[in-house]
Design a protein around this ligand. Structure first.
Ligand code: PLP
Length: 372
């Protein structure tokens, strides 16, 4: 199989598997118990916390572990609302955010929050003037992601945070697809990240919180994570996330250059006739979301079972819902149905990517002949 679905998840790095191994097989102590073994587990978790904090790279805050980035985002949004002063009852977000943000915001709207979902331009980017017109003293929080998971475009997070702060609002950044790949810009008050997108284990994420901007506690119980997110931490998952973050920070430039070269090789191997969905300039290049007139992407996927890639038109959950992101760019049904997403990164070789892209291009051309 050629794996080209890096936005869905990434292969676990060998270094991560090695770091986790003793915590899976031998070391089972509860990290919150006062025994020598408990202390050892707690110390390993604190080392991991430092690595993740460093990979996020922002000053003036700290992280709490969560079970996923989805949980971190739920916590940030619901916890901010719970602590909000009476006059701040508005949330602003974008039509292209991940379901973790959009669905949570919709739920908050049902509970009485005034929700504004801003459209994006044809290239997937936010019009900052539009945001400026919407911002006022009633806004509690602005939620915008750094790198879009479906189309890879990069939103101007620093500028957005600055604008939010000018009216006294908080800024939440979903940096799931950006961590370890790009520098997270200064500005956000809350940042959600996930281990399995950076070659770490699944089912662990974190919420970075600027000091003073912490949302209300999310899970009550044993008082772990400074009383904000109770529940016994998993040393194996925390250590795995820490090892993945350390590696990502160390390899960030090398991985970035590798991805740039892969992008160029993929574009060449695909040949003419493809249109890139979303901005090509403001983009993380490990995400190639493309469409081609007359192609049935679902059929392409069925024809090429040995290549793991995604339909550009289906949302990441695989629910069959049409992509809200491609709709937000203004693509019609036919264009969305002819879109595919290729995601590649650290462990993708140029040879396998070129091989996969050549197969995809040939299968697309074969469809043209079939339906001509
Ligand atoms: N945000 C973005 C941009 C994502 O790509 C994902 C995962 O698909 C999430 C949030 C949710 O992350 P997790 O799988 O850790 O809940």
């Amino acid at each position: 199989m050629i794996y080209l679905d890096y936005q869905a998840t990434t292969p676990v790095a060998p270094e991560v598997a090695k770091a986790m191994a003793p915590w899976v097989s031998e070391k089972f102590a509860n990290p919150h118990s006062p025994s020598k073994w408990g202390n050892e587990a707690e110390a390993a978790i604190e080392v991991a916390r430092k690595h993740i904090d460093r990979a996020i790279g922002l000053d003036g805050g700290s992280i709490a572990f969560t079970g996923s980035a989805t949980e971190a985002i739920n916590w940030a949004l619901k916890g901010a609302v719970e602590k909000a002063p009476l006059k701040r009852s508005r949330i602003i977000t974008l039509a292209t955010e991940h379901a973790a943000v959009l669905d949570t915001c919709e739920w908050l709207a049902e509970c009485g929050i005034d929700l504004t979902v801003l459209p994006v331009k044809e290239d997937g980017l936010l019009d900052l003037e539009l945001l400026d017109r919407e911002l006022d003293e009633r806004v509690l929080l602005v939620a915008v992601m750094l790198v879009n998971n479906e189309i890879g475009v990069l939103q101007p997070v620093a500028e957005i945070a600055d604008m939010a702060h000018r009216v006294g609002a908080l800024m939440l950044c979903d940096a799931v697809q950006g961590l370890g790949r790009l520098t997270i810009p200064e500005g956000p008050d809350l940042v959600a990240v996930s281990a399995h997108k950076i070659h770490g284990p699944k089912a662990i994420g974190a919420l970075w919180m600027r000091k003073g901007a912490e949302p209300a506690p999310f899970i009550h119980g044993g008082g772990q994570e400074r009383g904000m997110r109770s529940g016994t931490l998993s040393p194996q998952l925390c250590v795995g996330f820490g090892a993945a973050a350390k590696l990502a920070a160390e390899r960030c430039d090398r991985d970035y250059d590798h991805v740039q070269r892969l992008w160029d090789a993929a574009m060449k191997a695909l040949g003419p006739g493809w249109t890139i969905n979303g901005s090509t300039a403001q983009r993380y290049r490990g995400n190639l979301n493309i469409r081609r007139d007359g192609v049935d992407a679902a059929r392409l996927l069925a024809d090429l079972r040995d290549i793991a890639f995604s339909l550009g038109s289906a949302c990441a959950s695989g629910s069959g819902r049409p992509s809200h992101v491609l709709q937000a760019l203004g693509l019609d049904y036919r264009e969305a149905r002819s879109s595919i997403r290729l995601g590649f990164g650290r462990y993708t070789t140029q040879k396998e990517l070129v091989d996969a892209c050549s197969q995809i291009a040939a299968a697309a051309r074969a469809q043209e002949h079939l339906f001509a």
